[in-house]
Design a protein. Structure first.
Ligand SMILES: Cc1ncc(COP(=O)(O)O)c(C=O)c1O
Length: 399
């Protein structure tokens, strides 16, 4: 007999998620609620009803208004904030604008995101800079171990560190303030990959104050795909170029900095995702009486409850303290399913979870074993983790 299907969240109908799918991987690409998709469709109609009026005359004030609201959500001064299409683009803009000499060191960590590390690898290849990888242990007992691992990898040649705010595979919230303070004291520039942070963690970018901070809005804020930000400290703005250079380099606009001119237009493309970002921030806020603090807290509590249940049911040991978790949690696969799958085809465990049980779950190899990562957002229920436990128990027993 198949496990009993889980209860569905009373908020789930706001998302166009396929009925019957148990969606435990909000972390990979987020999920946009239907009213915001409708708003985006409306904007696209507006755009093509009068393309030149929209893009030539209405676009800048609309983008400015969106920037102002998103900046206030992120604790940012709008003067320091630009939209990019995703975090990878933000990392490309920064890494490919900076100058490195042979022997300069670029610090990354063993929990970094492959696509972003690839940008570093290419820049190092081109310039002769050397990549130093700080090994963050996992399982891990305390956030201090992360700070220690990163700061002990700094040398007098370290020029820049690429640090995740929330790591992708391991789902760890890193102690960013302490890391940034330590790197700053050592004269190291900092690029923060905050792909998962907006919507998951409270943010105050002006007081965090790294050199650069880039992040997605499509993940935990639930914006349409194509909405992301890059925050740049004023002393780093002058020499920064976008990943795509366009008119802005010699086309100043009244009321905008040269930094904004360069980033606000990167060729003709559909910018409605960014224009919808304020809408989704306000819309989600309206779903919880306590607004975003309540949403973040609810998601955090639900994922902790989920991981406790999975640990109890499957005999797993949680690989990090609760304090290092936001709204994602990574756990080792139980005995019987622990051998990692390598290779270009999809992991058979992932495939069976989806094809036979309708569970969308992140399943991946990391440091020699198979892991899985659960997510929690308003469209989830605690009962979905019970269902996952039922299914994994059965699969681990070879049934
Ligand atoms: C930590 C981290 N950085 C960067 C990215 C890249 O995001 P995008 O593909 O939207 O550029 C991801 C995506 O999952 C991520 O988890």
């Amino acid at each position: 007999m198949k496990p009993r299907l889980p209860d569905v969240s009373p908020l789930r109908h706001h998302w166009p998620l396929t009925p019957g799918m148990v969606f435990l991987n909000h972390g990979s690409y987020g999920a946009c609620p239907s009213p915001v998709i409708e708003k985006q469709i409306q904007l696209r109609w507006d755009l093509d009803a009068a393309p030149v009026q929209f893009l030539h005359r209405r676009h800048t004030p609309m983008l400015d208004a969106a920037r102002n609201e998103v900046a206030s959500f992120l604790g940012a001064d709008p003067a320091n904030l630009v939209f990019v299409t995703n975090t990878t683009t933000g990392v490309n803009a920064v890494m490919r604008s900076l100058e490195f000499s042979p022997g300069d060191e670029i610090l990354i960590t063993s929990h970094g995101y492959n696509a972003c590390n690839n940008v570093v690898r290419e820049v190092a290849r081109r310039t002769g800079a050397v990549i130093v990888e700080a090994g963050i242990p996992f399982p891990i007992g305390s956030p201090e171990l992360v700070t220690e691992a990163i700061l002990s990898a700094v040398t007098p040649r370290t020029k820049l560190a690429l640090i995740d705010h929330v790591t992708s595979k391991t789902g760890l919230v890193l102690p960013l303030e302490e890391i940034l303070r330590g790197l700053e004291e050592r004269g190291v520039e900092t690029l923060v990959d905050g792909a998962h942070a907006p919507g998951m963690l409270p943010l105050d970018l002006e007081s965090l104050r790294p050199s650069y901070y880039t992040a997605n809005l499509h993940k935990w804020v639930c914006a349409p795909k194509g909405a992301a930000i890059l925050w740049v400290r004023p002393d780093r703005q002058e020499t920064l170029q976008p990943a795509v250079i366009s008119h802005g380099n010699n086309t100043p606009r009244p009321g905008h900095s040269a930094f904004q001119d360069r980033f606000d237009w990167d060729g003709t493309h559909d910018t409605t995702a960014a224009l919808c970002a304020p809408e989704v921030i306000r819309w989600l806020e309206g779903l919880a009486p306590g607004g975003w603090p309540e949403i973040r807290e609810r998601n955090h509590r639900m994922v902790i409850e989920g991981r406790n249940l999975l640990c109890d049911r499957l005999g797993l040991i949680a690989p990090c303290p609760d304090s290092m978790i936001g709204s994602m949690s990574t756990l080792p696969m139980p005995a019987g399913l622990e051998t990692p799958h390598e290779g270009p085809d999809r992991d058979p465990v992932y495939v069976r979870l989806f094809d036979e049980f309708g569970i969308e779950l992140q399943v991946f190899p990391f440091e020699g074993r198979r892991w899985f990562r659960i997510s929690s957002h308003l469209h989830n229920t605690p009962d979905e983790y019970r269902y996952l436990a039922d299914v994994l128990e059965r699969m681990a027993a070879g049934r």
